[in-house]
Every structure is written in C-alpha cells, then in structure tokens.
Design a protein around this ligand. Structure first.
Ligand SMILES: NC(=O)C1=CN([C@@H]2O[C@H](COP(=O)(O)OP(=O)(O)OC[C@H]3O[C@@H](n4cnc5c(N)ncnc54)[C@H](OP(=O)(O)O)[C@@H]3O)[C@@H](O)[C@H]2O)C=CC1
Ligand SMILES: N[C@@H](CCC(=O)OP(=O)(O)O)C(=O)O
Length: 420
C-alpha cells in the first residue's frame, strides 16, 4: 500500500474511534460493566478459535526466527485466555472512576469547586507481541469511557484479530458502539508511524515495548506520549536476608516468566550473605536451568558460573540468564542500582528496617519491593484488573497503569451570581 493510503486508512480508524469514544464517555457504569462481562464470556467461548489463530502466529514466528522470549510472550493457552477473561471481570468489578469527585471545596466568595474525573478521549497504543494486551487495553479503555486505537505487533496480528473479533462480537450485543475499540488493520511500521502525528484523533499515545520503540515515539510523536519502559530489574540480598526466603524470591523473580519486563536480571549479594548462603543460591539457580554470569566471588562457588562482563550489568536478558555481583554494603548496592536502573522494579531482601528505609528512600523506580518478587509489578497483581503498560516515567502516571492512569479531570465550578 502507498504511504498516503496507509495514512488514510489509519485516519479512518482514528476518526471512527473518536466518534464512538464520545458515546462511551457518557455510558453508565452498568452499560460498561455489562460490556466487559460479555467480552469475558466471548473470549472464553472463542477459546479454540483464538488458539488456532495464535498457533498460526507462533508457526510464522518460529519460521521468522523469533527469540524464545518473544515466542513466550506471543503464546496463548487456556490459562492465559482465562487470565484475559478474569482481567475483564475484575475490571468490571472495580469502582467506575469516571464522574468521581476527586476534591471539592468552597471559596470565601461562595463559589463551590470540585474536580471530577473524566476520560482522556482516544488512546493510541503501539505494543509488543502479547495478544492478552489487546483485551487488557480494550477493557481498561471501555471502563474509563475512552476509545482506543490498537496497533499490536505484526507477529501477533492473527491472534490480536481473533481477540478483537471476540470483543466486537460482545460489543455488538450492547448499547456501546463497537467502533470505540479499533485494531489497526495495517500491520506495517509505516501505519504505526502515522499514529505519531494523529493529533486530530488521538489524545495520547502509549508505546509499549523496547527502548528503540520508545525512543522513536518520544522523538517523533506530536501526540502526547505516555512512556513505558524496559526492565533491567535488580534484587539486592542484604546480609540479614533470611536464606530460604531469599532463594525462593530470587528463583521466582528470575524463572517464573523470564520473558517479561518485571523479571529480575541482576542479583546483588552482600558478601557476608554470599559466604554463608551463596552456594545454596547458585545451586538452586543452576538446578532451575539458569545460566549465571558472576563476578570472581560468585564464580568461586561453582564451576558452571560464567564470568560477567561489564555489559552484563546493563543487559535485560528476558531469558534464563542472570548476572550476579557481590557488594560490601547496602550503600554499594544502591550505588550500583542507581547506575544501571531502568526505573522499573527494584527489590531489597533484608530483615533490617534501616536498610529497607535507605533503599526505599534512595532509589528512584516505579516499584520498590521489600522481601518480595519483582514479578508483582503487574496491573492484575496490583488489583487494577490489568495494566495498559508499566510506566517508567513520572508524568502523568507511574508503574502499572490501570483505570485512573488513563483518566484526566476537569473542574466544575458552581456559582450563585458571583462576579470578579
Ligand atoms: N514497561 C512495560 O510496560 C513494558 C516493557 N516492555 C519491554 O519491551 C521489550 C520487549 O518488547 P519487544 O517485543 O522487543 O518490542 P519492540 O519494541 O520490538 O516492539 C513493540 C511494538 O512496537 C513496534 N515497533 C517497534 N519499533 C517501532 C518503530 N520504530 N516504529 C513503529 N513501530 C515500532 C513493533 O512492531 P512490529 O513487531 O510489527 O515490528 C511492536 O508492535 C522488553 O525490553 C520489555 O521489557 C514490554 C512490554 C511492556
Ligand atoms: N503484565 C506483565 C508485566 C508487565 C508487562 O507487560 O511485561 P511485558 O511482558 O514485558 O510486556 C506480567 O507480569 O505479566
């Protein structure tokens, strides 16, 4: 397709989303919740159909040499489809943020002011090859009275289309316009780039993916951007950390789903803890199939530990690989994290209140953990039903972005004839 045709097609979809979003913005909570519950049902009803489409994407992905991390992200199964449906139901069960009075006060002149939560309008989203994001983003957008124009990865197109078919089928049974949720029908990078300039139709653009995507969108978009980010997540095991608990957390954060952005990539270990329990940790990691790249002290613990190079501290493996570094103190761990953090999720495992306080105070990241796995940086786990992305910037939202993150507010001023 010619560039002008691509732009026209994207604009047609953007315009349709904008028109439909106006209706969704005024929908009642009952209308929106009914739609979400029907979407959940339809996703489950169409499981076979969605899995067939997904199998075709996976087959093409394997032929195109997608990495194991990307293939894992792309993979759907019954459990993951059930997770998508659960997310929709959880979002339906959450309080409707739209119309909520955030604050109210009265001025000395008798003017009554209130700030009231409103939708953003239409959200444009460019995202990775994870088909569950299609359902998550649609559900969050609908509940917040927003329209959404979704541009998923070309390698997930069949799966995304199958999920969209379920969403459209469900919306057709409701009073809400199905056009409020759009999946870009063109999967080219040119079509994605058109979204950067669609200020007439998009109120915000959310790039969800790797550093290159984020940089391209931030540099080139005239539509306001809500950034997500990569996750070079650390776990610091302090000298007072309880051994069993620390080993279990490290194993979970590294191996439970290594392909996602909240998986741990570097373990920083206090030298005293390493001496006492390092062998147990290294054995457990190796037994789970993790490749360890460690400094000299870690290498001494087992012949299979590979030497870590400088670039390891900066690497988001998204794979069964972890880097391990010995530190002398909490201060040294904080210094290392502050040098290599991607502002996503960082954890300290310690029994010391003072070291926890220092860690929480001196590290700047979207989510800081004490004695828990970084894998919890997730909208469902935070109780938001799902997330539209994990923001690693501070404006206008941070961490897993649920319902409130995709709203704005307006002031309503109630007067009684006041003049200035
Ligand atoms: N913080 C968070 O919320 C999240 C962070 N991530 C991070 O994302 C990374 C993995 O995702 P990955 O699959 O590599 O994602 P990519 O960044 O490669 O791709 C994501 C999406 O952006 C598109 N895209 C990529 N570059 C451009 C460009 N220059 N112009 C237009 N569109 C573009 C891709 O299209 P196509 O595939 O069709 O080429 C795809 O749809 C990891 O680093 C992970 O940590 C991932 C998700 C969430
Ligand atoms: N929702 C995620 C966390 C954030 C995320 O979207 O990660 P990614 O797989 O990098 O897209 C999860 O833990 O499943």
């Amino acid at each position: 397709m010619e560039q002008t045709q691509i732009s026209t097609q994207m604009r047609v979809q953007g315009e349709a989303a904008k028109k439909a979003a106006k209706r969704v913005a005024t929908a009642s909570t009952e209308e929106k919740n009914k739609a979400l519950s029907l979407i959940a049902d339809e996703l489950e009803t169409r499981e076979t159909f969605i899995l067939e489409a997904n199998a075709k994407d996976l087959e093409a992905g394997r032929k195109n040499g997608l990495s194991s991390a990307l293939l894992d992200r792309l993979t759907l199964d019954s459990g993951r489809i059930a997770g998508m449906a659960d997310g929709c139901r959880q979002i339906a069960s959450l309080e409707d943020p739209i119309g909520e009075t955030i604050e109210s006060w009265t001025r000395p002149n008798g003017l009554k002011l209130e700030s009231v939560r409103v939708p953003l309008g239409v959200i444009g989203m460019i995202y990775e090859a994870r088909p569950n994001v299609t359902a998550d983003a649609a559900a969050l957008a609908l509940k917040t009275g927003n329209g959404v124009l979704l541009r998923g990865s070309s390698s997930a197109f069949r799966s995304n289309q199958a999920v969209m078919d379920a969403i459209w089928e469900a919306l057709a049974k409701t009073s809400l316009p199905k056009e409020a949720v759009q999946l870009a029908s063109d999967t080219s990078r040119e079509a994605a780039a058109t979204m950067f300039q669609m200020n007439d139709y998009l109120d915000v653009l959310i790039p969800r993916g790797g550093a290159n995507l984020i940089k391209t969108v931030v540099d080139q978009s005239t539509v306001p951007v809500l950034e997500t980010g990569v996750g070079n997540c650390h776990i610091f095991i302090d000298d007072s950390a309880v051994a069993d608990k620390a080993v279990q957390i490290a194993i979970n954060a590294k191996t439970q789903r290594p392909s996602v952005c909240n998986a741990a990539e570097t373990l920083l270990v206090h030298e005293a803890w390493l001496e006492a329990h390092g062998e147990a940790l290294v054995h457990a990691l190796l037994a789970h199939g993790v490749t360890i790249r460690g400094d000299a002290s870690v290498q001494k613990l087992h012949g299979d530990v590979e030497p870590a190079a400088d670039e390891d501290w900066n690497t988001e493996y998204l794979d069964m690989i972890v880097s391990m570094k010995t530190v002398k103190s909490t201060e040294e761990a904080i210094e290392h994290i502050n040098m290599f953090t991607t502002y996503h999720s960082e954890a300290i495992l310690t029994e010391s209140e003072e070291n926890k306080r220092m860690f929480f105070q001196q590290i700047d990241a979207a989510a800081l953990y004490h004695n828990a796995s970084t894998r919890f940086t997730d909208g469902f786990e935070f109780g938001f039903g799902a997330e539209i992305g994990v923001s690693t910037q501070k404006l206008h939202a941070r961490g897993p972005m649920g319902l409130k993150a995709i709203t704005s507010y307006k002031y309503l001023i109630h007067g009684d004839g006041q003049i200035k």
